[in-house]
Design a protein around this ligand. Structure first.
Ligand code: PEP
Length: 251
């Protein structure tokens, strides 16, 4: 039984006061939500404050990225251990914006995933094809490569702490959502890859989230697909009412 996850990626938005406003607005709207894991991923500087605000609630905290070393002369980086220290239980790794603007590769993503798992964080591992790759009919090759390289050297037992987020790059922040059918097709393909690299039991258990312009009005259709186990939400997670409506898709 795969428990759905709805995760909000706040990206580079929200000062401390704004983040607290958002989360304090969200808490009462989702406090009775059962059967859905709720995660928010604020910027590093507000993790501690948001972590304290959600303490004792059903909302969990994620970092938006982490480095693969525990500590050292790595100016500007944050390690998995420091995310744990700030109250995180999750971390987003390999988001397409990091791959696009910060030179992340499958190899660096893999190193980060290993480091985060070692310290006990649950990883939201992002993959997805660009528009050019989809138009060149390379979607499945890209997804296969990203899954294979991202999970290199990760043992079957560790997959319990990995959630894959399929985010077609052309659908992120563009208002264009993959159709339910397009998303389901990609999710089924990813699950099959996991079955091939690991085994069918592991593939059946792993949660695969969809991300890309998820809104209150398209979440139901996405969640009705057999291989979609939740959503990674950007823009619509920045307002308490729209994020709560997504979290409460089943109500
Ligand atoms: C994201 O940031 O992961 C995302 C999917 O953004 P949006 O929902 O705004 O497309």
């Amino acid at each position: 039984m795969r428990v759905p996850i709805i995760a909000g990626n706040w990206k580079l938005y929200k000062t401390t006061a704004e983040a607290l406003d958002l989360v304090n607005g969200l808490i009462p709207l989702v406090k009775n939500t059962a059967g859905v894991e709720i995660v928010v991923a604020p910027v590093f500087t507000v993790l501690g404050d948001v972590g304290r605000a959600i303490s004792g609630t059903n909302i969990r905290l994620a970092g938006q990225d982490c480095f693969w070393e525990e500590e050292g002369a790595f100016t500007g980086e944050v390690s998995p251990r420091m995310l744990l220290d700030a109250g995180c239980n999750h971390v987003i790794i390999g988001h397409s914006e990091r791959r696009q603007y910060f030179g992340e590769t499958d190899e660096t993503v893999n190193r980060k995933i290993k480091a985060a798992l070692k310290d006990g964080l649950t990883v939201l591992f992002c993959i997805g094809e660009t528009l050019a790759e989809r138009e060149a009919e390379r979607t499945f090759d890209v997804l296969k490569r990203q899954v294979a390289n991202g999970l290199t050297g990760i043992a079957t037992g560790q997959l319990n702490n990995i959630v894959i987020a399929y985010e077609p790059v052309w659908a992120i922040g563009t208002g264009k959502t993959a159709s339910d059918t397009q998303a389901q097709e990609a999710h089924a393909f990813i699950r099959n890859q996991v079955a091939g690299f690991y085994d069918s039991e592991t593939a059946a258990a792993i949660r695969i989230l969809y991300g890309g312009s998820v809104k209150p009005d398209n979440i139901k259709g996405l969640m009705a697909q057999p291989d979609i186990d939740g959503a990674l939400v950007g823009g619509a997670s920045l307002k308490a009412d729209s994020f709560a409506a997504i979290v409460n898709y089943g109500a």
